[in-house]
Design a protein around this ligand. Structure first.
Ligand SMILES: *Cc1c(COP(=O)(O)O)cnc(C)c1O
Length: 398
């Protein structure tokens, strides 16, 4: 019997570090609300990443929400957001009744196109408008052109939020992703490179990081004033990470480098093993970047007779999980009517069924497949996956 292969599943440390930290929490009865695991996890993340201030929260989505609030986003404000991403990057914009404007990707990094961002900022400036924030994503752990984007934002004086939910461990020129923007966010959701079962972290990298982190802590704990009674002057949220969950995080952080190494080995295996399949290419590995390879993603050329859906279906028949590339936000019904800025000036639908268009992000969506990237996979498992793909190419006589 062949076993199921996951796309990416939780992978606790071989040493059982997580259990030790959880045990500590139980013994001290610091199950909730806070305790040393939370504060230590924050410190350990700050040290590991070289971030200003870290605040442990209940999810990556909550971290984006808190970053927007810390910037002061309110009703009607514009926020520029990368279109090719998971909806959680954009949803918090609407929590504050702000207005998302989506920016296309570039083929070099699959992430926000710096040229499209620059043009968008200039076009809005010409009509006297300016976004209150920019959200860039390091999709699948691939590093965006973060220095260029940081520079553009600095020049236009717009705060930058770096969605590093998928890129924990990715390094650009010696610096971890999540530490370039004014704010960075990390996710510890179940399928991410390390997990706490569910959780997230906000990284505050501004000059007034201590103050901003304190403010976020206050909003994230129901906006309780330091009074003897329950006193509130602002609306709060229940967004803080629990001490038990933080214990899992501390254990997982110890094996982050090991997981990155394995993810990279998985990607290299696919590259080596599938190199001969014509019309198939791999996600880019940008220069000067060390990628965590959270998911291994392939692209099929337009005229490739094998289609992404063929691959996903054949893998499913073999009890192997795979996934399409994220469907861009500008193509999502929920964001219909939002502005979208691309270098592609004439947009048209290329796939009636999925609604994909000819933008860079639309094409990455239409032609991409995320291959299983579970760190528990063996080389035999990967071999099994590669044989499924090879067979498809053989059927097509390629
Ligand atoms: C997972 C993810 C998030 C959200 O993180 P949660 O912890 O699940 O709330 C945000 N952005 C991207 C790109 C993600 O992949």
């Amino acid at each position: 019997m062949k076993h199921h292969i996951f796309l990416a599943s939780p992978h606790m440390s071989e040493e059982g570090f997580e259990q030790e930290y959880i045990q500590e929490a139980f013994e001290s009865n610091w199950i909730a609300p806070l305790g040393t695991n939370v504060t230590e996890f924050e410190k350990e993340m700050e040290q590991k990443l070289g971030a200003g201030k870290a605040v442990a929260l209940s999810s990556g989505t909550a971290a984006i929400h808190m970053a927007l609030k810390a910037i002061g986003i309110s009703q009607g404000d514009l926020v520029f957001c990368q279109s090719l991403t998971f909806s959680a990057s954009a949803n918090p914009i609407t929590y504050e009744k702000a207005v998302p404007v989506f920016i296309d990707s570039e083929s070099d990094t699959w992430n926000m196109d710096p040229k499209a961002l620059k043009e968008a900022l200039e076009a809005y400036e010409r009509v006297g408008k300016k976004p209150k924030a920019v959200i860039v994503v390091h999709l699948y752990g691939i590093c965006a052109k973060i220095e260029e984007i940081t520079e553009i934002c600095r020049k236009h004086k717009v705060p930058l939020i770096e969605d590093a939910a998928e890129s924990l461990g990715t390094i650009y020129r010696g610096r971890y992703t999540g530490t370039f923007g004014d704010y960075g966010i990390i996710s510890f959701n179940g399928n991410k490179i390390i997990t706490t079962s569910g959780g997230g972290m906000l990284l505050v990298n501004t000059e007034d990081a201590v103050e901003k982190a304190e403010k976020v802590l206050y909003w994230a704990t129901q906006a309780r004033e330091p009074a003897r009674w329950y006193q509130h002057t602002e609306i709060g949220y229940n967004y803080r990470m629990s001490n038990v969950v933080a214990g899992i995080g501390r254990g997982q952080l110890k094996v982050l480098d090991r997981r990155v190494e394995k993810k990279r080995a998985i990607f290299e295996f696919y590259q080596r093993r599938l190199a001969g399949l014509s019309g198939l290419s791999f996600m880019p590995m940008p220069e000067n970047a060390f990628c965590n390879c959270w998911l291994s993603v392939i692209q099929l050329e337009k005229d490739c007779p094998v289609k992404p859906l063929d691959i996903m279906k054949s893998l499913e028949d073999e009890d192997v999980e795979s996934r399409p590339v994220w469907k861009p936000m500008h193509l999502q019904p929920v964001f219909a009517g939002c502005e979208f800025l691309s270098r592609e000036k004439e947009l048209f639908i290329t796939d009636k069924e999925t609604g994909a268009d000819n933008s860079v992000s639309g094409q990455l969506f239409e032609r991409g497949v995320c291959l299983p990237s579970d760190t528990k996979m063996s080389e035999e498992d990967q071999e099994r996956i590669c044989r499924v793909l090879e067979k498809l190419w053989q059927i097509e006589g390629m």
